[in-house]
Design a protein around this ligand. Sequence first.
Ligand code: B12
Length: 469
Amino acid sequence: MRTVFVYPSIQLSGRYKEIIKGVALPPQGICQIAAVTRELGHETSIIDAMVLGLSTEETIDRVLSASPECVGFSSTTMQIHQAAEIANALKERNPEIHILLGGPHASAVPEETLADFGAFDVAVMGEGEYATPEILAAFEKKHDLQNVTGIAFREGNLVRITPPRPFIKNLDDLPMPAWDLLPDMGKFYQQSVARIDALPAASITTSRGCPYRCIFCSHSVYGASYRFHSVEYVQEMIHCLVDRYHIRSIAFEDENFTASKKRLREICGLFTQSRNRLTWTCASRVDTLNADDLALMKQAGCTSISFGIESGNQPILDLIGKRLTKEKIVEGVGMTDRAGIRARGYFIIGHPTETIDTINETREFMKELDLSEAQVSYMCPFPGTQLAAEAHKYGTFDSDWRNLNIWTPVFIPNGLDRDILEAESKRMMREFFFRPRIICRFLRRMTNPRYWLKYAKDALNILSFLVKK
Ligand code: B12
């Protein structure tokens, strides 16, 4: 069946627009599913409207020019209205097209999504690699969808939900992601200078899920499961990226890349033995690393690790289910810095029970840590999270899907207001970045002429953003 997978743009307005444009990562979910459908003989293509910056009309035209029989949208909550608008237009112009939806939003709120947006025929909850071919087969043979597990579909005016689908047991059974169906990986998907150290770079995911349970995090796709690709599969991914796209650095986008120590050490071995001398970055919990592992990672080419630190107030860390102490954070960040790896800290402002005092505590904590970079975003209760169910207990919350994002305050804790959150978030960023130590680190990294153009572009982008703020 001729199938087009679409990754819709985020329709942003306002001051964050330029910065967000700089975040370009391949849509991993549809790359994996497209590889499976193609292998099964379905004519498959991908339209990444996000990275190409396509408007709604341009996306619709591109989809229609592929004459699809089925269109599959991948969407987070931030993209859902855009996905629905495109889906509506497609159905209007050709009611015969079957329209599928998958990703974190459909997985969290399948029933409400199908009820709100009439153009989606089926929503897949959870992993799509094995569900999609079954759905395509049902469409092709005009079979009933009720035997496909893990989906929501329409029956007359009703939405029916089928029993959950078990998680894929062995991720290595999946073919290599269909990166070749995307616009040129080595050209279009280059993240900001903060995250990569050698160009061209590739962003990949090598594990699924996270064993921890933070209340603001969405577990709708992977539930409590944590599974990973073997070292051999990761090695094949890297070979493929180096051979086809001449990739020189890798950004591992896994939620918690270092959760399996054994695998981490073996992956470090791969990089250390490789003749390509690649650099790489990843995200980790701050309490799962020790000095020996960090030394191995450094030797293997790891240049930065991103840590979700979230707050400098211990009762808040406990309330949000972070299961971290401030002492552990200081120790982990310090060890990373001493190992010669840049530690990047992610913080959230506007937690439940947040006050001016806890905000001040977080700001001082940010500056106390040996971080090279920091990012502050607003707390956002996304659908399906524990926080979304409890947010009204702790403050006011505009739960309209259209407004949910982490760049503007949508959840306002009791006792605070939007202006305070905005002013304090600016102050955090300003006080963190405008320090000689941090500026010197940035300048030192800019000395390699090979990357001057990209560095200059990114620096200008960030500077103009900070000045505007
Ligand atoms: C890497 C990552 C990013 C990257 C890149 C995302 C990308 N291009 O893929 C960056 C940094 C850009 C990013 C940004 C954001 N992210 Co993010 N991100 C992740 C992370 C850590 C891993 C995603 C990943 O690669 N997974 C591996 C692939 C294989 O899985 P997958 O994409 O889910 O796809 C599977 C299924 O969803 C399904 N599926 C997906 N698409 C389709 C399509 C069809 C047709 C079908 C049938 C099935 C299907 O099948 C796939 C394969 O099994 C997840 C955490 C998580 N638990 O998923 C958060 C996560 C997806 N992000 C999240 C959020 C909120 C954001 C932001 C909105 C945050 C913000 N700034 O406001 C932005 C906006 C991004 C956007 N595109 O809208 C939330 C989404 C919650 C929600 N309800 O929307 C998650 C779940 C984090 C969390 N735990 O809360 N993110």
